[in-house]
Design a binder for this molecule. Sequence first.
Ligand code: HEC
Ligand code: HEC
Ligand code: HEC
Ligand code: HEC
Ligand code: HEC
Length: 194
Amino acid sequence: MRKLLIFGVGTLALAFGAMAARTAAPPDPPGAGDTVSAWVLAASDTANLKGPRQPIFFRHDIHVGVAKTPCQYCHYSAGESSEPGMPSVQSCMGCHLIIGGTDTTHQVEISKLRDAWNNKQPIEWVRVHTLARHARFPHQRHIKAMGPNACQTCHGDIARMPQVFKVNNVNNMGFCITCHVERQVNRDCTACHY
Ligand code: HEC
Ligand code: HEC
Ligand code: HEC
Ligand code: HEC
Ligand code: HEC
């Protein structure tokens, strides 16, 4: 584990060096004690994870929990737009041109990413949260009012999730209304419904 960590810090330092050229604020490399309980999950463990399986086994616990990449590095428009934004394959490759993975399982998943990059194919992520078409949810209004770390209020502790699952049922109107009542926010039907 210790060896793995040291290697990880080395590769990260390299990766962040490469990234600094194209991004304003590269994320900090992981420090001591920033390990997740296990970098590598056994197949039997992954079968039991909550949430939909994704085309590439992308892990928030590693990218956010360990590598400390800020949410908005990837979900780049959460503060400015209704849609939080999803990272392009190119933004993944900012690190993964260099980082190939320390473990076979990681290498296999990262090779899927590199294939997508080489074939110029977007990755078709499976949606976890989706509202019905008659409802709207503006991310930017919530981030402006509740701050950049508000994500957790609705999405739970993503930084510890190997696979994203729904913590709150956002398709239950009561979830929205309860907080809007608490914070004395607009509750007109037309604020949320088309
Ligand atoms: C800030 C740098 C960075 C960015 C950006 C990044 N990664 Fe990673 N990624 C890492 C590091 C560090 C690891 C751990 C590598 C190891 O030692 O196995 C990793 C591991 C992985 C793995 C193997 C472990 C796992 O998660 O199952 C996959 C797959 C992966 N990344 C996919 C992606 C995808 C897809 C994107 C874009 C959405 C992306 N990465 C963006 C740094 C990054
Ligand atoms: C390195 C890029 C990267 C970072 C950093 C990142 N994400 Fe993600 N996020 C993704 C990718 C890729 C997906 C789609 C695959 C999946 O669901 O895991 C995703 C999916 C999600 C989803 C599910 C989307 C849906 O369909 O409902 C949520 C919620 C989310 N991220 C929140 C966060 C939060 C909160 C943070 C910070 C704590 C964060 N993400 C940091 C790349 C990233
Ligand atoms: C007040 C609750 C709330 C907060 C706070 C919130 N979200 Fe969401 N998020 C939602 C809802 C509801 C949806 C589904 C929206 C839809 O279907 O139109 C969603 C969807 C998403 C998706 C999927 C978007 C897609 O295009 O696939 C991502 C990624 C995401 N949120 C990331 C974040 C991040 C990152 C933050 C913090 C910067 C955040 N969210 C803060 C409620 C929230
Ligand atoms: C944890 C608290 C919280 C939750 C949960 C929440 N909201 Fe909000 N909502 C807010 C706050 C705070 C504002 C910001 C009001 C402002 O801009 O001053 C807001 C603003 C809005 C607005 C803009 C209202 C206007 O003034 O026009 C809409 C639309 C909205 N929310 C929809 C939703 C929907 C849909 C959901 C459920 C999927 C939801 N919200 C869940 C706290 C919340
Ligand atoms: C703060 C946002 C918000 C407000 C205000 C709001 N709704 Fe909703 N409503 C939602 C969301 C989110 C859903 C769930 C959409 C989905 O299924 O994904 C919903 C669902 C519904 C449904 C579908 C049945 C159900 O319960 O799921 C009806 C009908 C409805 N709303 C009527 C209303 C009426 C009438 C008002 C005004 C009195 C209102 N809504 C105000 C967010 C809101």
